[in-house]
Design a protein around this ligand. Structure first.
Ligand code: SAM
Length: 377
C-alpha cells in the first residue's frame, strides 16, 4: 500500500494513495472533515473520560479525539486487518509512543492519554465493553442499525451516542422497502425527505433505547453532504424512555405542500409517514458552547464555523417550507428567501433559514400565512 500524509485538525495521518476514495483499501474521506470537526467540538464540550471510535478506518477520528479533546482513554476499532495496521502506524506517528501488545488484536499506547487500537467486529468489542464508554461514535458505511443494540449496551447509562448514517437514499424514500426493513418506518419523498430521514433515524434510536429503559435527548442532529449525523444523550430510567417515546409521531403532506404532524404512538390517519422523532433537533446550550470553542479551535474544514452558526440560529420546529417547491405546487413566482423571512417576522412570527436547504425556511406561522406571503411578494 502506498501512502500520502494529510493533516487534519492537530493530526497528521497516512492515508492510502488512490484515484477515488472508494477504491482505497482503507477509507478516508476529506469531505467528512466537517463531520469530524463538529464531533471533536462535541467531545470537547462533553468531556467524556472513555471514548470509542467503533469503525475507525485510518484512525483519524479517534486520533483527533485523543489529540484535541480532554478524553482520557480513546479506543480505535476496525474489523479490517489493513485498517488496523494503518491505525497502529497513525497512532505511533501522532502520539510518538510505542504500543504494548495486550493481544495480537489489541495494542495499548500509554502516554499522556491511553489510546487502544483494536482489531475486531465492532459488535463483539461493544458487547465485551458493557456500559463502559462515555462517548461512542458509530461512523459506518451506510446504515448504523446493525450496530445500534450493542452500542446502546456499551455506552454508560448517561453517555452519548454519536451516529452517522450515509444511507440517505433509504432514509429519504428512494428505497422504500429498505427503509421499512432497516428502520421499520415509512419514508417521505420530496422536499421534506431529508428532515424526515433524520427524524426517522433518531426515532429508530429512541425505539431501540426504550427497551433498555433509556431515554434520549438530542444534543444536535443535522443533515449535510449526503449524510445524517446525531449526538444523542442517553437518560436512565423507564420514565425517561416513556418521555422520549412520547416525542415520536407521524407526518402528513397535501399536494399543495401543506404539512401536519402529530405526536402519537400510532398514526391517526393514512397515508402517513413515520414513526419519526418530533422533538427538538438541538440543545441550544450545547450548540452555543460548541460555537464558542470553535472560534479558538484548529478546525480542518473551512465551512465548519459557518455551519454551526446556521444550526445555532435555526428555529427548532418540526419541518420546513421549501419556497421553490411551494411556489411550483401553487403556481406562484418565487420571491427572495430573505424577503419572505422578513415578511413573516413582520407578521409577528418566528422565521429563519434552515440548514436542510438553501431555499427553505422554518417558521411557526401556519401554512396559509406562508402561502399568503409568497403570493404578496
Ligand atoms: N470513521 C472513519 C473516518 O472518520 O474516517 C470512517 C469509517 S468507514 C466509513 C467505516 C469503517 O468500518 C471501515 O474502515 C470498515 O472496515 C469498518 N467496518 C465495517 N464493518 C465493521 C464491523 N462489523 N466492525 C468493525 N469495523 C467495521
Amino acid at each position: 500500500m502506498e501512502f500520502i500524509e494529510v493533516r487534519e485538525g492537530l493530526a497528521k495521518i497516512l492515508v492510502p494513495k488512490a484515484e477515488r476514495i472508494y477504491d482505497a483499501p482503507v477509507f478516508y474521506n476529506p469531505v467528512m472533515a466537517l463531520n469530524r470537526d463538529i464531533s471533536v467540538l462535541a467531545v470537547e464540550v462533553l468531556k467524556p473520560r472513555t471514548v470509542l471510535d467503533a469503525l475507525s478506518a485510518t484512525g483519524i477520528r479517534g486520533i483527533r479525539y485523543a489529540l484535541e479533546t480532554p478524553a482520557k482513554e480513546v479506543w480505535l476499532n476496525d474489523i479490517s486487518k489493513e485498517a488496523f495496521n494503518l491505525i497502529l502506524k497513525n497512532v505511533r506517528l501522532n502520539l510518538g509512543v510505542e504500543g504494548e501488545g495486550i493481544s495480537e488484536k489489541r495494542i495499548a499506547f500509554r502516554g499522556e492519554k491511553e489510546v487502544v487500537a483494536n482489531l475486531d467486529d465492532a459488535n463483539r468489542l461493544m458487547a465485551e465493553k458493557f456500559r463502559y464508554f462515555d462517548f461512542l461514535d458509530l461512523d459506518p458505511f451506510g446504515s448504523p442499525v446493525e450496530f445500534l443494540d450493542t452500542a446502546l449496551r456499551s455506552i454508560r447509562r448517561r453517555g452519548v451516542l454519536a451516529v452517522t448514517a450515509t444511507d440517505t437514499g433509504v432514509l429519504c424514500g428512494a428505497y422504500l422497502h429498505a427503509c421499512r426493513r432497516k428502520y421499520l418506518a415509512e419514508p417521505i419523498r420530496g422536499e421534506l425527505c431529508h428532515e424526515a430521514g433524520l427524524r426517522i433515524l433518531i426515532g429508530t434510536v429512541v425505539r431501540y433505547a426504550a427497551k433498555y429503559d433509556l431515554g434520549v435527548d438530542v444534543l444536535l442532529a443535522y443533515y449535510r453532504d449526503h449524510y445524517f449525523r446525531a449526538f444523542l444523550r442517553l437518560k436512565s430510567g423507564a420514565r425517561k424512555a416513556d418521555e422520549s417515546l412520547s416525542n415520536l409521531g407521524y407526518l402528513w403532506q397535501e399536494p399543495n405542500g401543506r404539512f401536519e404532524y402529530t405526536k402519537a404512538f400510532l398514526p391517526e390517519k393514512l397515508p402517513s409517514y413515520g414513526p419519526l422523532w418530533l422533538g427538538p433537533l438541538k440543545t441550544q446550550k450545547f450548540v452555543d458552547e460548541m460555537l464558542s470553542l470553535a472560534g479558538t479551535h484548529s478546525l480542518a474544514h473551512k465551512k465548519t464555523l459557518s455551519f454551526i452558526k446556521t444550526l445555532l440560529e435555526e428555529l427548532d420546529v418540526p419541518f420546513h417550507y421549501d419556497t421553490h417547491a411551494l411556489a411550483r405546487k401553487n403556481n406562484l413566482q418565487v420571491g427572495k428567501l430573505a424577503d419572505i423571512i422578513e415578511a413573516l417576522r413582520e407578521g409577528g412570527y418566528h422565521a429563519t433559514r434552515t440548514h436542510f436547504s438553501p431555499v427553505a425556511l422554518k417558521t411557526d406561522a401556519p401554512f396559509e400565512e406562508v402561502l399568503g406571503v409568497l403570493k404578496s411578494l
